[in-house]
Design a protein around this ligand. Structure first.
Ligand SMILES: Cc1ncc(COP(=O)(O)O)c(C=O)c1O
Length: 366
């Protein structure tokens, strides 16, 4: 499909580029959501997702944005008290969702650009526990910070009854996430980031502890009830009418992901992050996230001693490349490259070469 000038190449940290064969898959005819073909798509997707997430837990799918699954996790897993590790805009959103759901929510905030070590999680739980659940965003898209979620279960063993809820919206399929090994009770994500599908469905895996909690909690609402979703899964059906276009696309994309190989896919993302970091430092920019917390899927770059990037982002947009300015208070101070999904070192180098050309042009105008 030809692009128009209003459809630049997406190097923002999601939504990202969608492969032509995925778009073609979405053009399949509409099907009935109680038809065997839909059940085939539903079970195929759930099987592939379990393999992707490294889990034997219950895999649920919703036609909704990822924020709906964040709300579902709160409604189903928090009876009264929750603790939120906040290191950017999306981790803060989860805390706000808990407050909006009437929970007794506590946020532990760290300076943006930092994440939470296991020791910091322990200190937070000692200071504010007991809580029903702790929420963390694995890859905080607003700051390019990756949290060491793999280290958290060892801490949570000392706080029985505390569920671990993890947002992997911008890391799933771009970085290792081993749900069962890491002891994640609810692992959720959308599909518009490293999965490289158009936005529109949200996915979560649920541990048996999460399902048991859901059975105890009252007033979860109807649409986001994990037990209702599990019941639908028994028949390989969605309780409501799902986007079947997305189900076709998701099945196809999982096939493509396993063809590439998960480890190869993770490495491709790590290589793009390394290239972005090296390029940024070569321009006098600095990396916003502290060492040890840098994301493999989104690079958040601070101006530092580098040139003013704002006019360059505008010029790039004119040329058909869309990058992101900083999020919220970081606007004008940082910018972000979303090197995720279908992007490769080749497409990234093309972007960086165009950035350099636009920068040269901007400097000659001054
Ligand atoms: C880490 C993270 N969590 C949650 C969301 C919210 O996703 P959605 O817009 O699909 O609700 C985003 C969106 O960018 C995100 O990056």
């Amino acid at each position: 499909m030809a692009r128009t000038s209003a459809q630049p190449k997406l190097f923002i940290p999601g939504p990202t580029e969608v492969a032509p064969e995925i778009l073609a898959e979405m053009a399949n005819p509409a099907i009935g959501h109680r038809a065997p073909e839909c059940a085939r798509l539903w079970s195929g997707a759930r099987e592939g997702l379990a393999r992707l997430m490294h889990t034997t837990g219950e895999v649920c799918i919703l036609t909704a944005p990822a924020s709906a699954m964040m709300e579902a996790a709160i409604r189903n897993c928090v009876q009264s008290r929750s603790l939120h590790l906040v290191c950017g805009a999306f981790s803060k959103r989860w805390y706000e969702i808990a407050l909006a759901c009437g929970k007794e929510a506590t946020a532990i905030e760290t300076e943006w650009g930092h994440g939470f070590s296991a020791e910091e999680l322990r200190a937070a739980l000692e200071a504010h526990g007991p809580v029903d659940a702790v929420t963390v965003v694995h890859n905080e898209t607003s700051t390019g910070v990756l949290n060491p979620v793999q280290d958290y279960r060892a801490v949570l063993r000392d706080f029985p009854g505390t569920l671990l809820l993890v947002d992997t919206v911008s890391s799933m399929a771009g970085a290792p996430v081993l749900v069962d090994d890491w002891g994640i009770d609810v692992c959720l994500f959308g599909v518009q980031k490293c999965m490289a599908l158009p936005a529109g469905i949200a996915i979560a895996s649920l541990s048996s502890a999460a399902l048991n909690r859901s059975a105890e909690v009252e007033h979860k609402g109807w649409f986001l009830d994990f037990l209702r979703l599990r019941k639908g899964n028994e028949k390989e059906q969605s309780p409501t009418t799902p986007s079947t276009a997305h189900l076709y696309a998701l099945n196809k994309q999982l096939e493509r992901i396993f063809e590439e190989g998960l480890e190869a896919r993770w490495q491709r993302h790590a290589d793009m992050a390394a290239r972005s970091q090296e390029w940024a430092e070569g321009h006098g920019f600095s990396l916003f996230p502290a060492k040890g917390f840098r994301s493999p899927t989104v690079s958040c770059i601070e101006r530092g001693t580098g040139p003013d990037f704002v006019p360059v982002l505008d010029a790039l947009k004119e040329k058909g490349f869309l990058m992101s300015n900083g999020y919220g208070a970081l606007k004008g101070k940082t910018f972000r490259i979303g090197h995720m999904g279908e992007h490769t070192l080749v497409s990234l180098n093309d972007l960086l070469a165009n950035f350099d050309a636009a920068l040269k042009n901007e400097s000659s105008l001054r």
